[in-house]
Each structure stands twice: as structure tokens, then as C-alpha cells.
Design a protein around this ligand. Structure first.
Ligand SMILES: [Zn+2]
Length: 215
């Protein structure tokens, strides 16, 4: 079976992982921009990260016969710094015409703070102005439900955003319905244990994508 992994962070994957993915039938991946495991010190650091995503990683993936595509943004974990966020957002428009860039993502909220919401709105505006698809990261923390509600209402209130071009990712049993009711695509993060397991009572809807790797 051949399949696409729609959400993976290849920059933190080893060459062995690529071998296993290719062996398992992965023919293409899409990699959202995300947190590096530490807060970056400047927009220049993001510039190199975007080069890594758009130029370096596609070449690495190609060695294993895998097509690599990416999404650009400043992620929610670093969005608390609004000034830095603005500098990073300013870097993105010239890169949107890159043939391997799919859109803006994964944007969203982490702790649902005022600053995170400001940065999120700036990036929704960026996507709208450049007619880009949007990949949404919903909080992994206890406020996932509230964060998903805030994200959905901001997106719904922007008339320029077409719901069918938005994927709400990391949905769980209690947020899946909200995303679907708003007309967005919904992604489930599958874990071996804990979230979205049969005992947790998940019922799959239409337009739900599954995947095995998350970040
Ligand atoms: Zn991710």
C-alpha cells in the first residue's frame, strides 16, 4: 500500500526513519513548521529553518523516493513574542511561491494567551492575503476545547477564509465535532496509548485523516 503522511516533522527524523517510512509505503509527506524544542533567538533563525524545510529536506527525502512538501509559519509555542512573530511573518510571502510550500501552518494556540491570539490573527490574515491553505495546531494542553473554540471562531469570522481549505489538526473526541460543524477538515493524532484509542470512545467521521506520527 502506498500512502501519504500528512503531518510529520522530518527535520527531527533520522535516516533510519526515512528507510522505514519508504519500506512502509510512504510516497509523500507534508511537514508543518513547528517548534525546535527550544525558543529561537531571532527571525534569522527561522529564515534558515524555512530553507531547511523547503530546500534541504526535500532533497533528503528524495533519496528514499519520498516527495516532501512543507507549510510555513511561526508556531504557537513561540507566538507569545509578538514582535518576533511579526519579523518571522514578514519573511514568509516571498517563499509562498516555492513549489514545495503548501500553505500556512501549523498555526494555532498553545496556552490560549492574548499574545498567541494576536499572532494567530496575523497569520490568518497572511493566509487570506496570499490565498493560502491553512493547517491548524490545536493545544495539547487541558484547554484544548477552549483553544479549538477560539480558533474556529476567528476563522469563521474572517469572510476571506474558505473552510474547505482549512485543516484543524490534533482533534480529539471532544473537539472533532466542532471542527466538522464549522466545515473544516479534521485531523486525528493517533497515539499507541492515551489519546484517540478505542477505549476512549472515538467514532470516525467522514473527512477524517489518520496518521501515525505527530509533533
Ligand atoms: Zn506538528
Amino acid at each position: 500500500m502506498k500512502y501519504i503522511d500528512p503531518h510529520i516533522h522530518c527535520v527531527s527524523r533520522t535516516t533510519d526513519d526515512y528507510i522505514y517510512m519508504a519500506r512502509a509505503g510512504v510516497v509523500a509527506v507534508s511537514e508543518p513548521a513547528f517548534w525546535a524544542g527550544f525558543d529561537r533567538s531571532s527571525a534569522a533563525s527561522f529564515y534558515d529553518y524555512f530553507r531547511h524545510l523547503t530546500d534541504v529536506e526535500p532533497k533528503r527525502a528524495a533519496k528514499y523516493g519520498i516527495e516532501h512538501f512543507s507549510w510555513l509559519c511561526i508556531n504557537a509555542k513561540e507566538a507569545e513574542n509578538v514582535q518576533l512573530s511579526k519579523e518571522v511573518i514578514a519573511l514568509i510571502p516571498p517563499m509562498l511561491s516555492h513549489p514545495r510550500v503548501l500553505g500556512i501552518g501549523e498555526i494555532g494556540l498553545n496556552k490560549n494567551t492574548r499574545n498567541e491570539i494576536t499572532t494567530f490573527e496575523l497569520q490568518v490574515d497572511l493566509a487570506a492575503r496570499y490565498d493560502q491553505m491553512i493547517l491548524i495546531h490545536t493545544p495539547h494542553l487541558e484547554d484544548k476545547h477552549k483553544g479549538t473554540d477560539i480558533i474556529c471562531s476567528i476563522l469563521k469570522n474572517d469572510r476571506r477564509i474558505r473552510p474547505e481549505r482549512v485543516l484543524i489538526d490534533h482533534c480529539e473526541e471532544h473537539t472533532l465535532r466542532k471542527a466538522r460543524e464549522c466545515g473544516f477538515w479534521a485531523g486525528l493524532t493517533i497515539y499507541p496509548v492515551t489519546k484517540v484509542t478505542p477505549p476512549a470512545g472515538c467514532r470516525h467521521h467522514g473527512n477524517v485523516r489518520n496518521r501515525h506520527v505527530d509533533g
